[in-house]
Design a protein around this ligand. Structure first.
Ligand code: GAL
Ligand code: MG
Length: 996
């Protein structure tokens, strides 16, 4: 239905008015610039039509508010915050948008001097969301859209020496909004830099460079197209490497376009591992510009994509523009911090999801070395949910605006060697407009590959891209020619929402194994929480916290980097999984290790290996290997110069290996850790100790409480509830309740599709343990208490018959043995359980922790590559991982003993076999209930979980479930541990004692 009057911002036939053609962003340019960042006058109105009369004129608006540019106005107190993943917060009626269309009018006075106005004036907006009109000194200049691309206007004819009024009117909604339905906060305004360029009359307008390689991959093929503002300008050019010219020349051309080419022998090639850059400088009598470039060749060879002839593997991450206080406004420093962190974490590729980043971002990728998928600012995901996904994608009348988004991106960014693929957008189905976009990209630049996951058949793309493909599907893609034979890339996987992702190793193994699979990009870099301070509470908001509806809640909290830039355990895990070095023991010889090089270009001569034999926490022997040499994709066997050593009793030995960077790099200095791993040496000698006998234990039973005491111990049991209710010494209680059986964990985001069944069908959070019997008997030097229970949950026929055997010794130790037998008297049962274990409570004063097990960070069965066995010290609070959305956290796998102490004395708990451990100052219930960390209710006791098995994390919030072997099934179990009360500082020695 066409409307009588077409509003400019609802006209999808136009891509802009008066905007200059997109062009490269020079790395350096001698022309003067004035930044228009800073304070602007600002008027916020509910619809563009409500603009005050004459708002665009000079002298108006003195009484308006002030706003800082760049910023998004929703985080400056205007409009409202709203987060949706897929949904448009208005009816789908393209190209029309609601009448109520929040609008911001920005005004700034800019002073220009006489000298400035001799030359031309270009007004450049780096990013404005979503569409805007511009006036200068009351004159209409033009209109532009595409939020995440620059717009330049030549305003020479409108400016004068002295004060100039610049007015910008920004619309929150436009026809462009239909193409900007990315999964993120809806944010508006001038959110990237604004500047004025003082342009020469004969300026260099644009430079296009291609630095490729000949078939030997060693000689450079350089071509450049230079576009001048005026014909007949004399130019000089110089291509240099680290200041040294490798090719120079000069010319005067009749036309405005100049084409240069040269063969450059033996170039320093650019790869993400060797980011070698050249400077191409062009000078005229008035201007000098530099564009950086690199020599590298991207191509498909034998069904794989290659860089410089080498098949590469992408270990990538999806990156959005985000800042917890500024929304989508990010600083150069933050961008650089991001890139540095990525490099430090072994990431070699970044996908600009789902729009082009700031220009500067690509300079950093060139410099630091990251392969980039640059993606057009295009997503119309909401159409999928009305089951008309191709509505505008396959409608020719939208062709220009689709093509414009790719073309402007390519024209701006094509000189960056880091960009290896152009992506036409995200989640917008497939249709004629993508065919046109692909064609337009190829015409502009055929040296890179075309990507678009929504081209489900890989009809026009060069790579077959999928997202969140399960392992089974991925294997099929790898083994059969699914959707043709193009190389495959997983543009999103490993959804990092909340605690997780688990199971990344299985993906990496597949990528490494199968030729067709060339890696993937983890979803995603950041948790998009919005920093909030309310009274004493400092926390991060997510969807719904502003009363925004509909919303996808905490689906925007799905990054490996927490909002405050703390790397999450998932990020530590990813670093290890994708590390370019693999080390495996050679069976039967503790000195020999196999080293595999997963770099695509670097030799392992770039790393040093620090090895150390540890007796649990003590160093026994160590050494450094700094003369390694392994070619890319090759391996070697290394013999470590380990000499015989004396073994301590009852001690485990490990070979710990740290692979570190040999030399300083831009992102990390020498010694930076690339990979860590541990090889258990399994040489434990046991020596047994006989328990000392002490005073006889007194047994007393009053009113349902059975007490066993002497001067070393007080253990109390409830004969009614069939459980231990207190364990301690004298007046001091160490255990205040439990153990009780437990199968539940505070739901993690990756459990979201299990949660309803777990909690509303199997009621795993509603356990009941019924007492079958409580017996006790006296033996020599000990009292044995035996309790039989039946554990199940509300209205369930499955459960466990449990036997708890407590042996209380006169020396004060208490051994606990628990055996559970799974029973089923009906049919219904959970396909798997979060965990099988016990929970007990400890005295609140026992806040110091120590454990021998995996650490230092949290670990789960399918996410433990960043943990090694060791003895660690911490506090109960610090054992927590503070996820933005509270959920199960802080678990440590393979714990052999732990202690909790008050600084003087502690409770030591030694396991018979390794168990999983959680220590917390809150219960699972309070964790489940809280929506934000400050809402987690503190408990009166330390909550202690010991797990026989704890299910993996998986990535099922958007992706693969836990692998079958990492799911805890209803099964028989047994666990045993011994409590003793020890002096602070003696834990390690005490723990080494093995009693008969
Ligand atoms: C993908 C999408 C991303 C994000 C993710 C879920 O489908 O491309 O933008 O929404 O799912 O977090
Ligand atoms: Mg989407």
């Amino acid at each position: 239905m066409a409307r009588k009057t077409v509003k400019r911002w609802e006209n999808h036939q136009i891509t802009g008015i008066g905007r200059r053609e997109a062009r490269t962003a020079f790395y350096k340019d001698s022309q003067s610039r004035i930044s228009l960042n800073g304070e602007w006058k600002f008027k916020y109105i509910d619809a563009p039509e409500l603009s005050p009369e004459g708002f665009e004129k000079p002298g108006v608006g003195n009484e308006w508010d002030n706003i800082d540019v760049p910023s998004v106005w929703q985080l400056r107190g205007y409009d409202k915050m709203h987060y949706t993943d897929v949904l448009y917060p208005f009816p789908i009626n393209p190209p029309y948008v609601p009448d109520e269309n929040p609008t911001g009018i920005y005004k700034k006075i800019v002073n220009l001097d006489d000298q400035w106005v001799q030359k031309d004036t270009i007004l450049k907006f780096h990013g404005v969301d979503s569409a805007f009109d511009v006036w200068v000194n009351g004159n209409y200049v033009g209109f532009s859209k595409v939020s995440r691309l620059p717009s330049e206007f030549d305003i020479t004819e409108f400016v004068k020496s002295g004060e100039n009024d610049v007015t910008v009117r920004v619309y929150k909604w436009s026809d462009g909004t239909y193409l900007e339905d990315q999964d993120m906060w809806w944010l508006s305004g001038i959110y990237r830099d604004v500047e004025l360029i003082n342009e020469e009359k004969n300026a260099v307008l644009d430079v296009q460079i291609d630095g490729s390689l000949d078939d030997s991959y060693t000689n450079g093929l350089f071509t450049s197209k230079i576009k001048m503002k005026q014909a007949g300008t004399n130019i000089k050019w110089k291509l240099s490497y680290k200041g040294e010219a490798v090719f120079e020349g000069e010319a005067s051309f009749k036309d405005k376009e100049i084409y240069i080419s040269a063969d450059i022998p033996s170039v320093h090639t650019w790869t993400a591992e060797t980011p070698e850059l050249y400077d191409f400088t062009i000078s005229t009598d008035t201007q000098e510009v530099t564009v950086r470039c690199g020599f590298r060749r991207i191509e498909i060879k034998d069904k794989n994509f290659c860089v410089n002839g080498q098949v590469i593997l992408l270990n990538g991450v999806n990156h959005h523009d985000y800042n917890p206080k500024e929304g989508r406004t990010v600083t150069r420093e933050q961008m650089e911090d991001d890139i540095r962190l990525m490099k430090q974490y072994n990431i070699n590729a970044v996908r600009c999801s789902h729009y082009p980043a700031n220009e500067y971002f690509y300079d950093l990728c060139d410099e630091y070395g990251l392969y980039v998928i640059n993606e057009a600012d295009l997503e119309c995901h909401g159409f999928e949910w009305v089951e008309n996904y191709t509505w505008i994608t396959d409608d020719e009348s939208w062709k220009n605006v689709y093509v414009d988004r790719s073309v402007r991106m390519v024209k701006r960014d094509r000189n960056h060697p880091s960009i290896i693929m152009w992506s036409m957008g995200n989640e917008s189905a497939f249709g004629c407009n993508f065919r046109s976009a692909a064609q337009a990209i190829r015409e502009l630049d055929d040296t890179r590959l075309i990507h678009y996951e929504g081209d489900f058949e890989a009809e026009v793309t060069d790579v077959y891209s999928t997202m969140y493909t399960r392992l089974k599907g991925l294997k099929e893609i790898a083994e059969y020619e699914v959707k043709g034979d193009k190389p495959h890339v997983m543009c999103e996987y490993g959804h990092a929402m909340g605690n997780g992702p688990g199971g990344l190793k299985a993906y990496q193994d597949m990528y490494r194994k199968y030729k067709r699979l060339q890696g993937g990009f983890l979803w995603e870099w950041y948790d998009h929480g919005i920093h909030t301070v309310e009274g004493d509470n400092e926390y991060y908001k997510y969807g719904g916290n502003y009363g925004d509806f509909p919303t996808n809640g905490n689906f925007c909290i799905d990054g490996i980097l927490m909002p405050d830039r703390t790397p999450s355990p998932g990020m530590e895990e990813y670093k290890q999984i994708i590390a370019p070095i693999e080390i495996t023991p050679i069976a039967g010889n503790i000195k020999k290790i196999k080293i595999e090089n997963y770099y695509d270009f670097l030799n392992l001569s770039t790393v040093i290996i620090n090895w150390e034999i540890k007796a649990e926490n003590e160093s026994v022997q160590k050494g450094i290997i700094d003369d390694l040499s392994v070619s890319p994709h090759d391996s070697c066997v290394l013999e470590l110069p380990i000499t015989p050593f004396e073994m301590l009793i009852n001690t485990d030995y490990y070979l710990n290996v740290l692979v570190c960077q040999k030399e300083d790099r831009k992102y990390a200095s020498s010694g930076h850790e690339i990979k860590k791993l541990q090889i258990p040496l399994n040489i434990r000698r046991d020596e047994f100790v006989v328990r000392e006998k002490d005073d006889k234990l007194m047994i007393n039973e009053v009113q349902g409480v059975l007490s066993i005491t002497n001067k070393n111990v007080t253990a109390k049991f409830s004969t009614v509830y069939g459980k231990l209710i207190s364990f301690g010494k004298g007046e001091t209680e160490y255990i205040t309740d439990g153990p009780r059986m437990n199968v539940y964990r505070a739901t993690i985001d990756n459990d979201m599709y299990k949660k309803d069944d777990w909690m509303n069908k199997y009621f795993i959070q509603k356990p009941v343990e019924e007492t079958e019997y409580v017996d006790f008997e006296e033996a020599e030097d000990k009292v044995i208490v035996k309790i039989g229970t039946f554990f199940s949950c509300y209205n369930q026929s499955w459960g466990f018959e449990c036997v708890y055997v407590y042996e209380i010794y006169s020396c004060g130790q208490m051994k606990v043995e628990i055996q559970g037998r799974a029973v089923q008297r009906g049919k219904l049962e959970p396909p798997f359980l979060p965990r099988i274990g016990i929970v007990m409570k400890g005295n609140q004063n026992l806040q110091n922790t120590m454990w021998y097990g995996m650490g230092p960070g949290e670990s789960y069965i399918d996410s433990n590559a960043a943990s090694v066995m060791g003895i660690y010290e911490s506090t109960i609070d610090e054992m927590m991982t503070n996820y933005v959305f509270p959920q199960e956290n802080g678990h440590r796998e393979n714990v052999k003993w732990f202690s909790i102490g008050d600084g003087e004395n502690g409770l030591l708990c030694r396991m018979e076999n390794k168990l999983g451990l959680n220590l917390a100052n809150y219960t699972d219930e309070s964790l489940e209930k809280a929506q934000h960390p400050f809402e987690i209710e503190k408990s009166n006791d330390v909550i202690i979980h010991l797990d026989y098995r704890h299910s993996g994390l998986g990535s099922n919030s958007c992706g693969e479930e836990q692998l079958e072997e990492n799911k805890v099934k209803l099964q028989d179990f047994s666990m045993a541990f011994t409590f003793s009360i020890v002096k602070n500082g003696t834990e390690i020695n005490e723990a080494r004692k093995q009693y008969i």
